[in-house]
Write a protein that binds this ligand. Structure first.
Ligand code: SF4
Length: 319
């Protein structure tokens, strides 16, 4: 049972209860744990090394999105990869909120100020999103601001206020290179709280302490838990200590789905990642036709007009 923090709203307290684990109940791992996991991963990936280097000389970069793509509709995954990404108010919403949360991890902001500051920072970035925001009409900008202020206010009412002692960090890039760089597992965590602690002793024990959180501004998707398990794997392989927990925080619901990280969770993430890499390679090298898996994503698929199973699903999604 987590401690009761004074002055928290009920939803904030529920989130804190879900993610907080007292130090004495946190798992510890021997110093060689991550090295063994790396050995297992590299042994399982050996058969794909040449093909991976053949696809891209800098190694095959693998993200949670790639894995979700090959475990969902592969035809859509390939179509998305070949379609230039176009920012819109709905697609920009999540990134603006993440930025606002990032800025607020070290300074208190009113929602409107946090969103204004986030927009200002993002416009200053010389990239596609910065250009979209700079060129957005007054109406688009007002729509985006209103959406993000509402989401940020919701986040503030349902997520406990950041404490310095939690070492909050936002938009954290993480990479794990495997097999001499033939594979790069690539992640960007929306938010992390806490950090691992070395305990020492003959086994060089490390105590887990970090919680990795994905902030979700949209609906739940079936791959949300697997996305975070992939992040737990990336974290373990890069930092050398597994995270304490992983959680998707659904902003509209004000609720977190938290999972404690265990050796079994990491083993399952490793097996799925190796399986997904094998699928990615056979797909990208044209060794097989992409599978078509109709479902809700057909609604936003760039090739739905020419996809027979997709059209059949769209004409009767309840069938
Ligand atoms: S319309 Fe549906 S089934 Fe067809 S490619 Fe797109 S997501 Fe896949």
């Amino acid at each position: 049972m987590a401690e009761t923090a004074p002055g928290l709203l009920p939803a904030q307290q529920a989130t804190l209860n879900a993610i907080r684990t007292p130090a004495e109940h946190r798992p510890t791992y021997p110093a060689g744990f991550a090295g063994e996991l790396r050995n297992d991963a590299e042994a399982a990936l050996t058969e794909f090394v040449d093909a991976a280097r053949g696809i891209d000389g800098r190694g095959l970069w693998v993200s949670k999105r790639d894995l979700a793509g090959v475990f969902g509709c592969e035809a859509r995954h390939l179509a998305d990869a070949g379609t230039p990404f176009a920012w819109t108010v709905p697609t920009a919403r999540g990134t603006v909120l993440h930025k606002a949360v990032e800025l607020s991890t070290h300074r208190r902001f009113e929602p409107e100020d946090a969103v204004d500051a986030a927009l200002e920072r993002l416009v200053a970035d010389d990239d596609n999103l910065g250009s979209f925001l700079a060129q957005a009409s007054d109406g688009e900008r007002a729509d985006l601001t209103a959406n993000c202020v509402a989401l940020f206010a919701r986040f503030g009412e349902t997520f406990p206020p950041m404490q310095r002692a939690w070492r909050p960090a936002a938009e954290v890039r993480a990479r794990a290179r495997l097999c001499g760089g033939a594979f790069v597992l690539n992640g960007k965590y929306d938010l992390t709280l806490g950090s691992p602690a070395p305990l020492g002793g003959p086994e060089g024990l490390q105590r887990a302490g970090k919680v990795i959180i994905d902030l979700k501004t949209g609906s739940r998707t079936p791959t949300d838990p697997e996305d975070l398990r992939f992040y737990a794997l990336v974290e373990t392989l890069s930092v050398g200590v597994p995270p304490l927990g992983i959680g998707s925080f659904y902003v509209a619901e004000g609720r977190i789905e938290h999972e404690a990280v265990t050796a079994e969770v990491l083993d399952s993430a490793l097996r799925r990642t190796v399986d997904g890499i094998g699928r990615l390679i056979t797909l990208r090298t044209g060794r097989r036709e992409p599978q078509r898996v109709p479902g809700p994503p057909c609604r936003w698929c760039p090739i739905s007009a020419d996809c027979e199973p997709g059209q059949a699903w769209l004409s009767d999604p309840d069938d």
